[in-house]
Design a protein around this ligand. Structure first.
Ligand code: KIV
Length: 281
């Protein structure tokens, strides 16, 4: 695996070359190491962190400080992938000034390569300002989990001709605002294909069919490490929670039956020294 650090320009160039982009989430050192060593092109420190790691009921509660803490853990280990810091709810919808300030934190403190934010046309001025400040931005349209309540829940977006047309306009708007790539979430496959054809930046789909320029999944979903629900668009490649549960149950039984620790896990002592203690007591 080529170890050369990937840049946002390498990702953008994939549109031209046609080589598909792989993207997964990671929120800490061990997972970032595994994902990076596997040669995944883009690592998203997603605000899905809030649900799959921190146990919140949704992503709305995630704070900037939490995102920065986890982004730092990821960038400490990643050598090859582009690292995207996900702007949490409330960090870019208050004012453009605050949005730039928070995007700067991802770059300066988190050492991310770029940021991602949710929203179409209405977010174009904010995207433009952040790009203007020298920070690459990945867009995210369709089902935008941070504003799911305004969308009436976690629903597939763009199902009517009118809604699909609005999504196409959103895609063009965020491209014009300067995004280097665009996540399409929970969109009918034919609409994602249309968007992919009309924009000049790579699209990365999650529940958006096979014709996007790349695909992204939440890692904890695809390895079976999130218990609450698994969206229809997730392919579960393994059920790692079963393996972990078995190991934990075996440890408990070993402790209770004094089968652990064995000699190889214990520290021994020079017999003469041990005898001296015995004699002294
Ligand atoms: O936070 C996240 O993990 C995301 C993905 C669903 C794209 O935004």
């Amino acid at each position: 695996m080529e170890q050369k650090k990937q840049t946002v320009l390498d990702i953008k160039a994939r549109k031209e070359s046609g080589a598909k982009i792989s993207m997964l989430t990671a929120y800490d050192y061990p997972w970032a190491l595994l994902v990076d060593q596997a040669g995944i092109d883009v690592i998203l420190v997603g605000d899905s962190l809030g649900m799959v790691v921190l146990g919140y009921k949704d992503t709305v509660s995630v704070t900037m400080d939490e995102m920065i803490h986890h982004t730092k853990a990821v960038t400490r280990v990643v050598k090859r992938a582009v690292v995207v810091g996900d702007m949490p709810f409330g960090s870019y919808n208050v004012s453009t000034k605050a949005a730039i300030k928070n995007a700067n934190r991802f770059m300066k403190e988190g050492k991310a390569d770029c940021i991602k934010l949710e929203g179409g046309k209405s977010m174009a001025p904010v995207i433009q300002a952040i790009v203007g400040a020298g920070i690459p931005v990945q867009g995210h349209i369709g089902l935008t989990p941070q504003t799911a309540s305004a969308l009436g829940g976690f629903k597939v977006q763009g199902k009517s001709a009118e809604a699909a047309q609005a999504l196409i306009e959103d895609a063009k708007a965020v491209e014009d605002a300067g995004c280097f790539s665009l996540v399409l979430e929970a969109i009918p496959a034919p609409i994602a294909k249309m968007i992919t054809e009309v924009v000049s930046i790579p699209t990365i789909g999650i529940g958006a069919g096979v014709d996007c320029d790349g695909q992204v999944l939440v890692t904890h979903d695809m390895v079976g490490l999130f218990d609450r629900f698994t969206p229809k668009f997730v392919k579960q490649y393994t059920q790692i929670s079963d393996t972990i549960s078995t190991a934990i149950a075996e440890f408990k039984a070993d402790v209770e039956n004094q089968k652990f620790p064995e000699e190889q896990h214990s520290f021994m002592m020079n017999a003469d020294e041990l005898r001296k203690i015995d004699e002294a007591s």
